[in-house]
Design a protein around this ligand. Structure first.
Ligand SMILES: [Zn+2]
Length: 386
């Protein structure tokens, strides 16, 4: 069994430690101490230096006491989104929320707290368990860049769980691939009142391009967004540059490529419509495009041992856990991309990335109980096979 009071107190303690992306040092030190106390050898990798943060990923290795068992990876991220400093957690019954000024940071301190409580329960109750690699990442919210820096060759585990989902009772096995895009729309600068005919308005070009773009939910497995528009200097200047930042995601690599290409083409077609001759010189609006793969899709098959393990644990506890697809990307995308087989389990966090974020502790306890059962079953399954 897990200790409900202990996990609640630990979660609240973690929530009170500020840990915006790239500023996870204090929470990382607290977790290093926790993991060492629990019997792990702990190292902090060099991801912090690589991403401009103040600490790296925290990696704890537990030897376990069932050496014949398949090693498991358990992971959660340490950073939280803004506004996330000076969080004041408020507990009403089983509901944990904030004073409305900040996020709660249950994303993903709930995942961190679950992992620590499970390890503590195993140690305290001397439960059989295989080797466990614990990974607490930095900068998940900054584009999964802590996980991107991980050297997975150091892990014994080839499969496991990320605890970082707001869907209670769901095991996410599928997540989309995503492309990140930046478009620079170049026009021509001119005085807006004296000689506007000598200018090409980059904002107008950008607007025409965006207006033609399919955005939002494209189909059941594809989404697209333009999320940032920057440009213009003053109301009396015809603007010569606009920067657009956007993304597309899809569970289908072909659709992702099509959607990305379409967004680029809409802007190029808009630019092609804007040109002028000035003193014998031809000026043409143009688009500079930068596209990069943010992360690959996650697609863990139902037959994977980790999915089977989660479902068997759910049956043992009389819980209903469904596998599903999410539209979000998380560290699990990166871990799968790096060759591991990792699914994402719900922790109880809700309305994440808003100041209304809340968490029902009953969900947290159930999720922790599930993870404990998974670790126990993993040890039993493999010793039976011996
Ligand atoms: Zn998260």
């Amino acid at each position: 069994m897990i200790d409900q009071e202990r996990i609640k107190q630990f979660l609240i303690e973690l929530i009170k430690i500020d840990s915006l992306s790239r500023q996870e040092f204090n929470v990382a030190m607290r977790l290093k101490r926790e993991l060492e106390e629990l019997g792990a050898s702990v190292l902090i990798d060099d991801a912090g230096a690589k991403v401009g943060g103040n600490v790296g990923n925290v990696i704890g290795k537990f030897p376990g006491n069932a050496p014949q068992c398949q090693p498991l990876l358990l992971s959660a991220h340490m950073d939280t989104v803004v506004p996330g400093e000076g969080i004041v957690p408020i507990l009403e019954g089983d509901i944990l929320r904030t004073n409305g000024q900040t996020v709660l940071g249950g994303d993903d301190k709930s995942g961190v707290a679950i992992i620590c409580e499970v390890l503590r329960a195993i140690k305290e109750q001397k439960l059989p368990c295989g080797a466990i690699d614990v990974v607490f990442t930095i900068c998940e919210e900054a584009g999964l860049i802590g996980a991107k820096c991980l050297d997975v060759a150091q892990f014994r585990a080839r499969t496991g769980l990320v605890l970082d989902s707001d869907s209670v009772g769901f095991l996410f096995t599928k997540a989309p691939a995503a492309n990140r895009m930046e478009f620079r729309v170049h026009g021509l600068e001119a005085h807006a009142g004296v000689c506007p005919e000598k200018g090409i308005n980059a904002i107008k070009v950008a607007a025409e391009g965006i207006a033609q773009m399919p955005l939002g939910r494209i189909d059941h497995e594809t989404t697209a967004n333009i999320g940032v528009v920057e440009g213009g200097m003053a109301v009396n200047i015809v603007p010569n540059q606009v920067i657009l930042k956007g993304e597309a995601r899809s569970h289908s690599p072909e659709k992702l490529a099509q959607q990305t290409e379409r967004m680029q083409r809409c802007l190029e077609e808009a630019a092609a419509r804007h040109a002028l001759e000035l003193n014998g010189k031809h000026h043409q609006a143009r688009i500079e495009t930068k596209i990069e793969r943010d992360y690959d899709r996650m697609d863990v098959p139902a037959s994977a041992s980790i999915v089977q393990l989660v479902q068997a644990a759910a049956r043992n506890l009389n819980l209903d856990v469904k596998t599903g697809a999410t539209g979000g990307g998380c560290d699990a995308n990166i871990l799968n991309q790096k060759g591991l087989v990792v699914a994402n389990l719900g922790t109880g966090m809700r309305e994440i990335h808003t100041v209304n974020e809340w968490l029902d502790l009953k969900d947290l306890y159930l999720s922790a109980q599930m993870v404990l059962e998974i670790v126990k079953l993993n040890a039993e399954n493999n010793s039976r096979q011996e």
